[in-house]
Each structure stands twice: as C-alpha cells, then as structure tokens.
Design a protein around this ligand. Structure first.
Ligand SMILES: [Zn+2]
Length: 378
C-alpha cells in the first residue's frame, strides 16, 4: 500500500509539483498602457527561449501556472517561440561552478513523467523526445501551432498569420552540446529530426564547449570547432547562452553567420559569469547577431520590466537597437513578474526609457526575424 501511495506521488504528483514550484509568474492580466498593448498587437513578436517541453503540461491548454502555452501566446500576440530542450541538470546547480560529473537531477523528472525508456540513459534521446512532444502538440492543434524548419516555412507562416492572428509557431533549439554525446554525427541527426538552433553549453563543460558555470570554463574543443562549421553548413543557428567566455571568443573568431544569445543578461547591469561582457556584446553585434535579454533574476538582477529594459538600454548604447531581442527563459525553472501575455509591460518600460516605436518593433521581433531568415535553411 505504501508503495502504491509512493508510486502515485512519484508518477502522479511530482512532475506537476516540480513544474508549479519551478516556473512561477505573477498572474495576469497586467496593467500595461493601451499604447503598449496596441504596439504589441500590431508587431511581430518573437521570443528566443522557453523550456516548455520539459514539463508535463499540455501546451494547447491554458494553464494557471508556468509561462507559455498556445492560448497565452495567442493572447499575447507571440507569433514565434523558440522552444529549447535541456537534457541534464547537475545536482547543486549554480551560476559559478558545476562539475560535469555531478549527479543528474533531471533523471527523476524524466522517469516520473514516464518518458520512453530510451530517454532515461541517453541525453540525445531526451532532446529528440522533446521535439516529438512539440510535434505531437502541433499535430493535435489542427494547424494552430506550427513547427518551423525552414525559411520557406517561416515566410509562409508569417504570410498566413496576417489573415489569422490566432496562429503561433515554434522552432526547436537544444540547450547544451552534451546532448551530442561526443558525436559530430549527432548534429546531423538533430538537424534531420527538425532542430534548428543549438546552444553550446548549459551548466557544465561538455565535450564541445566550456560553460560559463563549468569547472574549466574552456573554449571550443576540436569537436566544438567541427560542430560550428557543420551547423553553418546545415543552417543551424548558434546560441551562445551559457557558453564560457573562452568559448564565445573562439566562436566569434571562426563564425561567419550571425548568432543569438537566446537568454542572457549583461554584466554592466547584472554582474556574474552567466552574463555578457561589453567585448562579447560588441563581437556578437559585429557579426550581426542578437542578444535575447532574459527576465529572471540571474540575468537582470532586477526582474521588473524597468530592470529588463536597463539591460536592453546598455546593449543599445553600446551597439544599437538592431542587436536586442526578447529571450525570456520562460518555463526554464525561473520566477518572472509576467508570462507570455505580459510583453506590453516591457514595451511600456522601453517607451518610458526613450526607445521609439521602430526600435520597439525591432526588439519585439524584427531583429530576431532578421537573424533567423539569414541562418535557417531554404
Ligand atoms: Zn538556460
């Protein structure tokens, strides 16, 4: 009996409880100005990072917890959400120093959610399964949620959405090259499955790249260099979020395509190894890349819309508004002061800070669109 009760707790309650405690937002509706709401409703909105497919939630149904689902994307006029797949979380996770050998605390979540057996011991399978969950949701949505794989998909989706604002799309991204399991061929495997963006690292150093929270914080390895070259050949966008400074330097020296930093802060407004230095921001801008500013404390220190805009203002003053994007980190085990429907709050803070409407539209989605159109395969 006790075992049954424990099993019900483990399989029935734990995943929902983990989601509820990890992904917290102040509930809407939010007090934004009419002008900000109108600006968001008439702009293309793209967010560069959410970990929504890690959790058990149905993305087609509106949830009272978490940050992203289809109804909230539609209400908030978020046209495109980049969905990222984390595949391993080290025990004792922190922003300073995590061992690559630390126990993986994602495994209990994977088991408790009854993911297929093949995902229990394989990080690559965990990545592939999260894409399958996205595809399954898209299939059930009867066309309302799309999986984008090419520039053609993106352009066709945007054209169709002009006449039907209830449509939303996603693009699949990986959070950390440890999921390659040391194999260059995994890049092709993930691309063929439908992945279109790869983040170099998560919270620990891996076989291809150092992490800003790793032990060595090393640069690109030989495998890492080959991965970057292969990604540019295939049309996979490079994501420098969580990468060690040495690794960012190495990528900037060899990359020819613009990249994203999908969810980050800047050290000028929120110091710490997780966030970008001015030299990194300048190097990324020189290649035409965009910096997605995240909404959680470790990125912006002050999670109010004004605090988020302070990071954006710094990027603007350094390299211009062309290099700023939204990079919430929604559903990434973070607490934020709004969910997918709250982007108008950021717009109010941008307008108050003196950004003009053209700049606001670029930040909301124009800049991210420019990079995706340049990096996605035809
Ligand atoms: Zn992250």
């Amino acid at each position: 009996m006790l075992l049954v009760v424990a099993a019900i707790g483990f399989f029935g309650i734990l995943p929902g409880l983990a989601d509820r405690t990890a992904n917290v937002a102040a509930p809407g509706p939010y007090a934004a100005s009419e002008r900000a709401v109108a600006l968001v409703q008439s702009s293309l909105v793209i967010d560069l990072h959410a970990d929504s497919f890690l959790w058990g939630r149905d993305l087609l149904a509106r949830s009272a917890h978490g940050h992203v689902d289809l109804p909230r994307m539609v209400e908030g006029n978020v046209a495109l959400q980049v969905f990222a797949a984390p595949t391993k979380t080290p025990a004792g996770i922190n922003f300073e120093r995590n061992s690559s050998d630390a126990a993986d605390i994602m495994t209990p979540l994977v088991v408790a959610q009854r993911w297929p057996l093949r995902t229990w011991g394989s990080l690559r399978e965990r990545a592939l399964f999260q894409l399958e969950r996205f595809e399954e949701a898209a299939e059930r949505s009867e066309g309302r949620l799309r999986v984008l794989r090419s520039r053609g998909d993106l352009d066709a989706f945007l054209a169709e959405r002009e006449g039907d604002p209830d449509l939303a799309a996603g693009l699949m991204a990986l959070e950390g090259l440890h999921a390659l399991e040391g194999e260059l061929e995994s890049v092709d495997r993930l691309f063929e499955a439908g992945y279109r963006m790869l983040g170099l690292a998560h919270f620990f150093d891996n076989e291809a790249s150092g992490s800003s929270a790793g032990e060595e914080k090393h640069g690109l390895t030989e495998l890492g260099r080959a991965v970057i070259a292969r990604m540019e050949e295939l049309g996979l966008t490079v994501d420098l979020a969580h990468a060690a400074s040495a690794s960012i330097r190495d990528v900037l020296a060899i990359a020819t395509e613009p990249m994203v930093v999908s969810h980050t802060g800047v050290q000028a407004t929120c110091p710490g190894p997780r966030n970008l230095t001015d030299d990194e921001i300048i190097g990324i801008a020189e290649l035409g890349g965009v910096i997605g500013v995240a909404y959680f404390e470790g990125a912006v220190c002050d999670t109010s819309p004004r605090g988020i805009v302070r990071a954006m203002r710094h990027v603007r003053d350094l390299v211009g508004s062309r290099h700023i994007a939204l990079g919430s980190d929604f559903d990434g085990s973070v607490t934020t002061v709004f969910d997918s429907t709250g982007v108008p709050l950021v717009v109010d803070a941008l307008l108050e800070d003196g950004f003009d409407e053209d700049e606001v539209r670029m930040i909301l989605g124009g800049n991210a669109l420019r990079v995706l159109r340049q990096t996605l395969p035809e």
